[in-house]
Design a protein around this ligand. Structure first.
Ligand code: PLP
Length: 387
């Protein structure tokens, strides 16, 4: 098999007659046919031609092919956003009466989908806590169709054992879907542990430069075909422009992720030694409760570090007000280091107890460590902790 970096760089759609070296942008909504027979055969799926960019487009195909290779999958389909990918992956695979079993700490909009919208269509979701990983079978019912997980989780940075999920899914004939956004395929390949489908928000580390939105699903060809048929009719397609940007982004994914993780480990070690910090959560710190699992399934620790500033909600807010270089922003996986305070922002509507349920303590700060010089990142965090 082609090595990761080589596939990321050398996977290329066909050259046009201009012989361009770097793949051009195919901004076209549709494609032409030679004659009636060519058109008939293309519509019947007997050719590999692109028909219409809601179905496929050369730039989107190139981006998707790269992620398919990186994750070791059979097929894939790309979407306008990560949430479009998550919704359009699950929707065609479930029907009224089905049940989803998911880890509790998941992306906020995925939670809204599971708890506000799917129940309207008779699809119920049960959550398991990260520490219940050895007993999740107790939640499986004859109606359970999908096992869903994110790892590492946001913002609590729990690590969920993919090997256990893969075994349980196989034993009970469930479709295992893993949101691999925080790890990227460079760090973690859920399909190796038995995942049937892997979803991504390409907006995060895959773009890595805070420019465009995107999403993708890859995995088993039969399931991806169902997702494709649903999506070509419902229309959540990725734009060719975003696909062109994201395909370029993938050329540098390996080097960016290496550096992100190197910086993040140094930041985590600095924070762990700081007297104003009571707890640091980073998968590759020995103090992380799931350190052994992280080492088993992840090549590196990722770029997200969560830590508890002593002094509760007010201390968390004060820390944010005192950073000078780091950005206060909702994105993550950017070249720029970003800090957020979940208790006063994304999770402010929950009660203290509800927040604790999902691992959000009052002074918890989430730091998406960027690619600036790590000494500059650390000195900004240090002055903000000591201000
Ligand atoms: C951001 C994110 C999403 C949603 O992606 P969008 O591109 O913003 O729609 C889904 N899952 C995780 C883990 C994320 O961080």
């Amino acid at each position: 098999m082609e090595n990761f970096e080589t596939g990321a760089i050398r996977t290329q759609t066909e050259r046009t007659h201009y012989d361009e070296h770097s793949t051009p942008l195919f901004l076209t909504s549709s494609f032409v046919f030679q004659d009636a027979e060519d058109m008939r055969a293309s519509f019947a799926g007997e050719t590999n031609k692109n028909l219409y960019s809601r179905f496929s487009n050369p730039n989107v195909n190139e981006f998707t092919d790269k992620i398919v290779k990186m994750e070791g999958a059979e097929a894939g389909y790309s979407f306008a956003t990560g949430m479009a990918a998550i919704f359009s992956t699950i929707a065609p695979l479930v029907e009224s009466g089905d049940h989803i079993l998911s880890c509790q700490s998941i992306f906020g909009s995925t939670h809204t989908l599971f708890k506000k919208y799917f129940p309207k269509w008779g699809i119920e979701t049960t959550y398991f806590k990260a520490e219940e990983i050895n007993e999740i079978e107790k939640y499986i019912t004859p109606k359970t169709k999908i096992l869903y997980a994110e790892t590492p989780t946001n913002p609590a940075i729990e690590v969920i054992d993919l090997e256990i999920l893969g075994k349980v899914a196989k034993k009970h004939n469930l479709i295992l879907i893993v949101d691999n956004c925080f790890a990227t395929p460079y760090i973690q390949k859920p399909i190796d542990f038995g995942a049937d489908l892997v979803v991504h928000s390409a907006t995060k580390l895959i773009d890595g430069q805070g420019r465009v939105l995107g999403g993708v699903v890859v995995g088993r060809a039969d399931l991806v075909h169902e997702i494709f048929l649903f999506s070509r009719n419902t229309g959540p397609a990725m734009s060719p422009f975003n696909a062109w940007v994201l395909s370029k982004s993938l050329e540098t994914l390996a080097v960016r992720v290496e550096k992100h993780c190197e910086n993040a480990l140094k930041v985590a070690e600095f924070l762990e030694a700081h007297p104003q910090v009571s707890l640091v959560k980073y998968p590759f710190l020995k103090s992380h409760p799931n350190y052994e699992v992280a080492k088993k399934q992840m090549k590196l620790g990722g770029n997200i570090v969560a830590f508890e500033v002593k002094g509760g909600i007010e201390a968390g807010r004060k820390f944010l007000n005192n950073v000078k270089m780091c950005s206060l922003s909702a994105n993550l996986g950017d070249t720029r280091t970003i800090v957020t305070h979940p208790a006063s922002t994304t999770h402010s509507k929950l009660s203290d107890e509800e927040r604790l349920e999902v691992g959000i303590t009052p002074g918890l700060v989430r730091c998406s460590v960027g690619l600036e010089n790590v000494e500059d990142i650390i000195s900004d965090l240090k002055q903000a902790l000591e201000a």
